[in-house]
Design a protein around this ligand. Structure first.
Ligand SMILES: *Cc1c(COP(=O)(O)O)cnc(C)c1O
Length: 414
């Protein structure tokens, strides 16, 4: 395990979290390298000899050190912006293993992706298809394209992270997909290479994932009868993780389900996991500034806030919060764990029984995905440091921001 207790004290691999706080301060994101590798390998090994490419969803955690680690394991990448493409390249990842998703690709981003030779564009509309065709044609290139089909299944997850319903902005409607493929097959700037879907995030129930996979494969068969052959099928990401008492589908079960659905189909399988690769490989370490007794509740005010980890404020997400050192003899009280930001929504957890004192270190678990990547400078708070632990070595992978970082690029008007 990446994080475990020895004599009541929390460690990342062989390093006590107290040592990390002493050296790098708080709040700090801590990642276990062993855990990152382990998660990737679980997916990778489950495919056995079947042709596949795991495309890590960069938005879940775009730190260069993390992208570099996945690149070294042979990973591809799923990006949603030109900035993410540049991060992949800067980290040592390959454009040729990168798929480009997202509903709003700009002309500049499309040119950048074509210049670097990405694996494919995951196209989300006929309008985008026309734009890519025109740009590719003008650059005397053919753009590799996959259409993101909206399979219209209910992913049964939080509405804000559900993307596969008819009502969502993502993808090409199921009913229009065949026609759009036929249209695309006649475009001189387009080369059809795949089909993709992505129905939502933090999916724990395998049924909607399986249903979406069936629908996509059925559509690939229909295209075959129309004489359109594809190189790959991309089943997207969205595999859930355990934050509390969830029991999500395991990487093994997930991959076996996909292989079973594929049957005799020979296309390469792509998947785009984000959270499942990094979520439980990271924690946010913070320190308690004050314990405050309100009229009808107690608050543990810590030095991390919604700007560091937005998920609780944004969609009421639940993260386990634990003291780094388990004390004996301090009464357990129920606390709302909050940050210093001036918003009522600034909380990391509510009604948490904790046995803590002011000055104690606490960890917010399962913070490796959509933690640092969603952080901001709200309230002029410098963003946290990030470290990666590898056995008994702790590497700083991103320095804590300074005041100079905060005001960089700003100008005062005379
Ligand atoms: C966000 C996203 C992913 C990754 O989602 P996870 O839930 O982190 O696995 C994959 N593909 C696309 C298109 C996405 O938008």
């Amino acid at each position: 395990m990446g994080f475990q207790r020895t004599n009541g004290e929390l460690y990342c691999e062989s390093i006590p979290l107290t040592a990390i706080a002493a050296k790098y301060g708080t709040p700090t994101y801590i990642y276990s390298r062993t855990e990152l590798i382990k998660q990737f390998s679980k997916f990778d090994k489950a495919f056995k000899e079947n042709p596949h490419l795991i495309c890590f969803a960069v938005k879940a955690n775009p730190s260069l050190a993390i992208l570099n680690q996945f690149a070294r394991l042979g990973s591809g990448f799923d990006i949603v912006s030109g900035g993410e493409l540049q991060r992949v390249l800067a980290s040592g990842g390959q454009a040729g293993k990168t798929v480009f998703s997202g509903v709003g690709k700009t002309e500049t981003e499309i040119r950048l992706a074509l210049t670097h030779g990405i694996l494919c564009f995951n196209v989300e509309s006929s309008e985008e298809l026309s734009r890519i065709n025109a740009i590719a044609f003008s650059m005397q290139k053919t753009a590799p394209v996959s259409l993101r089909v909206n399979p219209d299944v209910d992913a049964k997850t939080h509405p804000h992270i559900s993307t596969g319903l008819k009502s969502s902005k993502f993808g090409v409607p199921w009913k229009e997909a065949v026609n759009l493929y036929k249209e695309a097959s006649g475009m001189r700037g387009i080369r059809l290479v795949g089909m993709d879907c992505h129905i939502g995030s933090q999916l724990t129930d395998p049924a909607p994932i399986a249903e979406a996979a069936s629908r996509i494969i059925k559509l690939v068969d229909i295209l075959h009868t129309e004489g359109i052959e594809l190189d790959h099928i991309d089943f997207g990401g969205g595999i859930g993780i355990r934050y509390g008492n969830e029991s999500p589908v395991t990487p093994d079960e997930y991959v076996h389900m996909l292989l079973a659905k594929m049957g005799r189909h020979t296309q390469k399988i792509l998947i785009e996991p984000g959270r499942a690769l990094v979520g439980n490989a990271g924690v946010l370490l913070a320190r308690i500034e004050y314990l405050k007794k309100g009229e009808d509740r107690r608050f543990a005010i810590i030095d991390a806030a919604m700007n560091d980890l937005m998920r609780p404020a944004l969609y009421d997400a639940w993260h386990t919060i634990e003291p780094v050192i388990m004390h004996r003899g301090i009464p357990v009280e129920e606390y709302d764990v909050v940050g210093p930001v001036c918003e009522t929504g600034d909380f990391l957890g509510k009604n948490r029984p904790l046995s803590v004192r002011p000055g104690d270190l606490v960890t917010i678990l399962s913070a490796g995905a959509y933690g640092m990547s969603m952080s901001s400078n709200y309230n002029s708070r410098p963003r946290a440091a990030e470290v990666m632990v590898d056995g008994d070595v702790c590497h700083l992978i991103r320095s804590r921001e300074t005041f100079d970082d905060l005001i960089r690029g700003e100008l005062i008007v005379e």
